[in-house]
Design a protein around this ligand. Structure first.
Ligand SMILES: NC(=O)C1=CN([C@@H]2O[C@H](COP(=O)(O)OP(=O)(O)OC[C@H]3O[C@@H](n4cnc5c(N)ncnc54)[C@H](O)[C@@H]3O)[C@@H](O)[C@H]2O)C=CC1
Ligand SMILES: CC(=O)C(=O)O
Ligand SMILES: [Mg+2]
Length: 370
């Protein structure tokens, strides 16, 4: 198969979807890989390394999209890329469709095959291609939150861990999945007073077992969220309903009861956010303030730490990339239920129910296309 590796063009997105090692693996299986010039630069990989791994460098993004049967990316195509996507071309990347109608409409119109990293799902319901980036973003959320709590950046001026004789900051984590667990661990490690909420009692039991004593587990209900939010210095949004738009757990109306200078980090922003006032921001301009509360809503947080994120992401994606290249998307998805769950758009039809539901668009079960 002819595989294309474009350079990411989202704001401050420094990751790349294949390392030179990944290219070598595809070449070993008989595939041809075209790499856009400087695609790996942000992650520390030179064009020469891709060439010696067996890849061919192309100067422009247009040439890469034009020649490739499968495009392997990190982030969803942005507007300038929509016109480059071809009918029957396979795109394997994060899409987060349910939070972005224009992207959904553009990919439907393109008649391409969109296989989304974030909905590839194992039998145990875990999301193997989301996990590594959620680990990164969960850990980063506390670094960012601690930073924006500093007075010169507009925050309350409280140190997460406090010091001897002074109370630590209160951190509220909404959602106890991968992002939430990593955030709670980091905040606890810094000595904060942490509360983590989830709607799953078995998950809360597990978290209560593994997390240290300065993390309390609490059932996620509107009442409990409202009470905990009033006292929180830092709130992390980390809920997910796979493929669907996130529920608004912190509403516009709750903001007036929050502490002035409190910080909200809505990691779930890529699925629309679980804080009603959240809208996507960029690494260049990451925050905005409403009612005296700082909002940090960067939709590609791991893009800022590409030396960690590119390796973590490609460790997880490469086996699936090789399988798709070896078998083609049809056979690969027929045989492999995990990959089949990743199919969101096929040839002009939405085949993932919660994406269709998010926009009241028509839905066509994936089985009709395999
Ligand atoms: N902004 C960024 O750069 C990044 C964003 N993300 C996003 O972070 C979000 C979370 O991802 P993961 O932790 O991997 O998901 P996950 O599936 O591991 O965890 C989500 C948790 O939310 C819980 N949940 C669902 N509804 C809830 C409610 N009403 N109240 C409390 N908990 C609720 C679920 O029970 C589950 O435990 C996703 O939207 C993901 O795309 C992930 C990585 C990077
Ligand atoms: C998961 C995701 O959206 C990211 O890593 O940017
Ligand atoms: Mg994202």
């Amino acid at each position: 198969m002819i595989v294309g590796l474009p350079k990411e063009i989202k704001n401050n997105e420094n990751r790349v979807a294949l390392t030179p090692g990944g290219v070598a693996e595809l070449v070993k299986h008989g595939h041809t890989v075209y790499v856009q010039a400087t695609a790996g630069e942000g992650s520390g990989f030179t064009d020469a390394e891709y060439t010696s791994a067996g890849g061919t460098i192309l100067p422009t993004i247009e040439e890469v999209y034009n020649i490739a049967e499968m495009i392997v990316k990190v982030k969803e195509p942005i507007e300038s890329e929509y016109k480059l996507v071809k009918p029957n071309q396979l795109l394997f990347t994060y899409f987060h469709f349910a939070s972005h109608k224009p992207l959904t409409e553009a990919m439907v119109a393109s008649k391409a095959i969109c296989l989304a990293y974030e909905t590839v799902e194992k039998k145990d319901r875990s999301l193997p291609l989301l996990v590594p980036m959620s680990e990164v973003a969960g850990r980063m959320a506390i670094q960012k939150g601690a930073n924006y709590l500093e007075k010169p950046l507009g925050g309350r001026g409280i140190l997460l861990g406090g010091v001897a004789g002074v109370n630590p900051a209160k951190v509220l984590v909404l959602g106890g999945g991968i992002v939430g667990t990593e955030a709670a661990k980091m905040a606890a490690g810094l000595g904060a007073d942490v509360t983590i909420m989830d709607i799953s009692l078995p998950r809360l039991r597990y978290l209560s077992d593994i997390l240290p004593a300065n993390v309390k587990t609490v059932m996620s209900t509107t009442y409990n969220i409202r009470e905990a939010a009033k006292n929180a210095d830092l709130i992390i949004g980390a809920v997910l309903i796979p493929g669907a738009k996130a529920p608004a757990l912190i509403t516009r109306e709750m903001l007036k009861d929050l502490k002035p200078g409190a910080v909200l980090v809505d990691v779930a922003v890529d699925q629309g956010g679980c804080i009603e006032t959240c809208k996507p921001t960029t690494h260049e301009n990451p925050t905005f303030v409403i009612d005296g509360v700082i909002h940090y809503c960067v939709a590609n947080m791991p893009g800022a730490v590409p030396y960690t994120s590119t390796l973590a992401l490609t460790n997880a994606t490469l086996p699936y990339v090789v399988k798709l290249a070896n078998k083609g998307w049809g056979d690969a998805c027929r045989e492999d239920e995990e990959l089949r769950k990743g199919l969101n758009v096929i040839n002009g039809q939405i085949v993932y129910k919660s994406v269709a539901d998010a926009f009241n668009m028509s839905y066509s079960p994936v089985e009709n296309h395999l």
